[in-house]
Design a protein around this ligand. Structure first.
Ligand code: CA
Length: 309
């Protein structure tokens, strides 16, 4: 009689599952060792062109000064586009329209300016890929345009925030004359001069505030070159800018004085704003003359608030 051989059953037993997993693992390894090598990643053609900045040199631009407007174009990404098209406008006037081949990481485009007045410049720059095979990815297109308005500023001392400047006020009257000097390193043209004034009284005096440009006479106001005035009736209790008009008075480089005075005794109340300390120009560039005291100019070590256009 043949004895039946008992085969151990392994259906669903834990050792059996482990055995199966081991087999799958070993056979998988064997397949990989003998299979195809991993494929290299496809080339990365992504990149980003952008107008990085529109800036000026020097940073602060003044009427009559030479300055440079600069447009900075940058590229990022693994891929360098073969070329891009750049267009730069000053309002509707084209400053540049061209193709830039093999662009560097940063390219700068410069334009020289000299402004006779304070008319602003609306600078707009556009960059777009000119790579026929690999266009710029759509997600990178938002920064391809930038605009900035350049405001040529008047000469003078006036700060950036009139309300937050801590100002003092000095009388301009029949007996009190106030003067501020300017020292120009180039020829310049005066069209109007603004003084930051207020009236100490609610009712304005109505008399004109006389504004003179004088030569320098040994460090103090000298011969009058030109004279204009501000209507005193305009000067209210709240401080504000008031302008005296000059007819394109062009002067050579040098030191000059702006003198504010009144020539009528009906002048009580007008005051010219000034700084605390001496933030503008040289130390001895403000003076006062008090006719009730001694009729001579005395130094004041601060700066009046003024603008020259
Ligand atoms: Ca872009």
């Amino acid at each position: 009689m043949r004895r039946a051989i008992q085969v151990p059953s392994c259906q669903f037993s834990v050792p059996c599952i482990l055995l199966v997993l081991l087999f799958i693992s070993v056979s998988g390894c064997a397949q990989q060792a003998g299979g195809t090598p991993p494929q290299p990643a496809p080339p990365d053609y992504s990149y980003d062109l952008l107008i990085k900045d529109v800036s000026t040199l020097p940073q602060n631009v003044y009427i009559g000064d030479n300055y440079t407007v600069m447009v900075h174009v940058q590229r990022y990404g693994m891929y360098t586009p073969t070329a891009y098209r750049l267009r730069i406008f000053d309002s509707d006037r084209a400053l540049y329209d061209g193709i830039v081949s093999k662009p560097g990481l940063m390219e700068t485009f410069s334009f020289n300016y000299t402004d006779a007045d304070d008319a602003p410049h609306n600078i707009r720059a556009y960059v777009e890929s000119a790579d026929l095979l690999h266009s710029e990815p759509p997600l990178s297109l938002e920064n391809n345009f930038l605009q900035r308005t350049v405001h040529p500023q008047p000469l003078g001392y006036y700060g950036a925030c009139y309300d937050c400047m801590h100002l003092y006020y000095d009388a301009v009257s029949y007996s009190m004359r106030q003067a501020q000097s300017i020292n120009m390193t180039r020829p310049f043209t005066i069209r109007r001069i603004g003084l930051y004034l207020r009236s100490a009284t609610e009712a304005p005096c109505g008399a004109p505030v006389i504004v003179e440009i004088t030569r320098d006479n040994g460090g103090q106001p000298g011969e009058v070159i030109s004279s204009s005035s501000i209507n005193g009736a305009e000067v209210g209790h709240e401080p504000g800018w008031h302008f005296a008009q000059f007819q394109n008075l062009t002067l050579p480089a040098g030191k000059y004085w702006i003198v504010a005075r009144m020539d009528t005794t009906d002048s009580y109340g007008v005051q010219w704003a000034r700084s605390e300390g001496n933030p503008y120009g040289e130390m001895y560039d403000t003076m006062a003359m008090d006719l009730t005291d001694w009729p001579a100019w005395d130094y004041k070590l601060f700066d009046f608030v003024f603008q020259i256009y």
